[in-house]
Design a protein around this ligand. Structure first.
Ligand code: GLU
Length: 300
């Protein structure tokens, strides 16, 4: 395997937009600047959110921009066996356990402990079904969770954001690996695939930085290596939030790839006057090292 292996891992929930192209371009440039391999992986495990045919649209959009996977594209929806094997291993080794709690049960348990929701969407799981607390106690298994270890502080260094730490126990709790609806959780699928594909460098949008500590804990539990991480600047929508379909992100205009690419490059501090995507990509590759590898001083 090449010394450097990177990837872009879009979820086919909508077409690429100005924000997602930044992550795609940055991951491609980082791989090219280091003579590495760049892969595309379609992250379609959350099937209710995926739109039929969107994977092909994304691949076409990337190709129009000159970004083509160096190896066959991988679809997560076809890799359930690998995720199941990983889950089985985690359970056998005492790192994961079945959970019979509904959302209501979790809310009620948190309230009875005087704890509200920690964040907007994720309630920190109170550990009701942990094996040491008696496990399922007759309830049917709904979901499967990672048992956060007793030393839950995870420290890691992002090449752009610098040193990061997160106490996964207090911020997230025992997070879900397989959901109550039978679908694989992003955290498990991404960790298994990054390792299976030999990914050495993860370059993705800053909105995902918050997941990294969880992924590192999972890598440790599965005995997998931890890649180097770079989280790229976000493109903000008119409401100041991350650009997304929900706040009006427009799909990329495929008739004019150089404009879309140049806008993404600008977010990364790169400029070019050429009107041909391939030439622009070459020129950005040659300055990427100074801009994002040397200058940031990372040993990534
Ligand atoms: N599939 C995720 C997304 O589209 C990205 C996952 C990753 O790069 O780790 O937001």
């Amino acid at each position: 395997m090449a010394a450097y292996r990177g990837r872009f891992a879009p979820s086919p929930t909508g077409p690429l937009h100005a924000g997602s192209l930044v992550a795609a371009l940055a991951s491609w440039l980082d791989a090219r600047a280091r003579g590495g391999v760049w892969l595309v992986r379609i992250e379609d495990v959350d099937t209710p959110r995926c739109l039929p045919g969107m994977d092909q649209i994304i691949l076409q959009q990337l190709a129009r921009c000159g970004l083509v996977s160096d190896e066959p594209v991988v679809w997560q929806s076809r890799r359930g066996d690998m995720y199941q094997q990983a889950l089985d291993r985690l359970v056998q080794q005492g790192h994961a356990y079945p959970c019979g709690c509904s959302r209501k049960d979790i809310e009620a348990a948190l309230q009875s402990q005087g704890m509200g929701r920690e964040r907007h969407h994720i309630a920190v799981y109170p550990g009701t079904c942990r094996p040491e607390r008696g496990g399922l106690q007759g309830k049917p298994a709904r979901a499967w969770r990672l048992q956060i270890p007793d030393t839950p502080d995870v420290a890691w260094t992002d090449r752009r954001l610098g040193p990061q730490t997160q106490n996964v126990a207090t911020k997230v709790g025992d997070f879900v690996l397989k959901r109550a609806d039978g679908l694989w959780a992003y955290q498990l699928a991404v960790v298994v695939d990054d390792a299976a594909q030999g990914i050495t460098h993860v370059v993705r949008g800053q909105d995902l930085a918050d997941n990294t500590a969880r992924q590192i804990l999972l890598q440790r539990a599965l005995g997998l290596p931890t890649p180097a991480y770079l989280h790229t600047p976000l493109v903000l929508g008119a409401n100041g939030e991350k650009l997304s379909k929900q706040n009006g992100a427009q799909p990329l205009d495929l008739s004019d790839p150089i404009t879309a690419l140049s806008q993404a490059a600008n977010v990364l501090g790169l400029h070019s006057t050429t009107t041909h995507p391939a030439l622009a990509l070459d020129s950005w590759t040659s300055v990427w090292d100074q801009q994002w590898i040397q200058r940031k001083g990372g040993a990534a």
